[in-house]
Design a protein around this ligand. Structure first.
Ligand SMILES: [Zn+2]
Length: 310
């Protein structure tokens, strides 16, 4: 089986797209994957949602969803989207329901609250540790919000899922835990995030799929006790101003392939200078995506570079 992970996706603002199909640039990776995972960091609604639904927060995203339809049409793979992040409720409950409806129609899987979704042997969960809002309670009633001061319920939940799944590492018992964690600009992985990642693996998760920083963190991945912790891959699609200090125009895709043995991972990190809504002059490493690896502690990984031509 081949699992493909890519980072945060903001497809546009106010319904206007940055790019109608940002996935076309990485088509070969998408077509080769059996399972695809990403963080959907926007509300999706084919009809533009009115301002009246907006939550009082600084950034509220909505997109019409065409990019997801394009992705769906590119592959037969099982696709899991995380909808637990600081934009889940940008347009209130109405927006979240519109997103869920669109995903169902597009046959993209997601989980609601702390209820896992399982398909073809992969169990998927998603949670966030922040909402970027002043109403974390409302978020917590609708998506899974992690409390670092009380991780017991999360770990117990994973442990229960693990108990009911067949042997760890077997295809029918592979758990991916997606987590939107940490602040936006990180110079090191905070200890509480490391501890959570490792505790999730200890509890029975196979891959912790973390995201949120909007750039590749200094240590993007960690192998831990036969599991993989992805601390962040950067954003796959956004239109943010580039911060050269954080090299925020850089992003990775991560491919895991392997079988059913105890250590099922072969990991490739894919430097994918970001694709959408970028004038060529704004891409720092467009001529040398391989150079990206020099800036990150990526451990024992192999590299498959792809040069995107603008
Ligand atoms: Zn976020």
């Amino acid at each position: 089986m081949r699992l493909l992970f890519f980072g945060d996706c903001m497809f546009g603002r106010g319904g206007a797209p940055f790019d109608e199909n940002p996935f076309r640039y990485v088509g070969s990776f998408i077509r080769e994957a059996d399972f695809i995972f990403f963080n959907l960091e926007t509300v999706i609604s084919p009809q533009t949602l009115s301002e009246a639904h907006k939550e009082p927060k600084t950034f509220n995203y909505q997109s019409k969803g065409k990019q997801l339809k394009m992705l769906r049409n590119m592959t037969q793979a099982t696709i899991f989207a995380s909808i637990a992040n600081n934009h889940s409720l940008d347009y209130g409950l109405h927006g979240l329901e519109a997103t869920e409806e669109y995903l169902k129609k597009t046959e993209i899987l997601f989980n609601q609250g702390d209820n896992p979704v399982t398909q073809k042997g992969i169990t998927f969960l998603s949670a966030t540790d922040h909402c970027g809002c002043n109403n974390l309670k409302k978020w917590g009633e609708n998506v899974w919000v992690i409390d670092y001061n009380n991780l017991e319920p999360v770990l117990r939940k994973i442990w229960r899922i693990r108990q009911t799944a067949p042997l760890r590492g077997a295809p029918s018992g592979f758990i991916v835990f997606s987590i939107h964690w940490g602040s936006n600009w990180v110079t090191r992985i905070p200890p509480k995030i490391k501890q959570l990642g490792r505790a999730l693996i200890d509890a029975g998760v196979n891959v912790v799929f973390g995201h949120s920083a909007h750039h590749v963190p200094p240590e993007p991945v960690e192998f831990y006790k036969g599991g993989l912790i992805i601390y962040g891959l950067g954003d796959f699609v956004n239109d943010y101003a580039i911060d050269p200090d954080f090299r925020s125009d850089e992003a990775f895709m991560c491919t895991i392939s392997g079988g059913t043995d105890e250590v099922p991972f072969d990991l490739f990190l894919e430097p994918s200078t970001r694709y959408a809504a970028r004038p060529p002059s704004a891409v720092l490493n467009k001529d040398c995506p391989e150079c990206m690896l020099q800036h990150y502690d990526v451990g024992r990984v192999a590299l498959v570079p792809v040069v995107r031509t603008f």
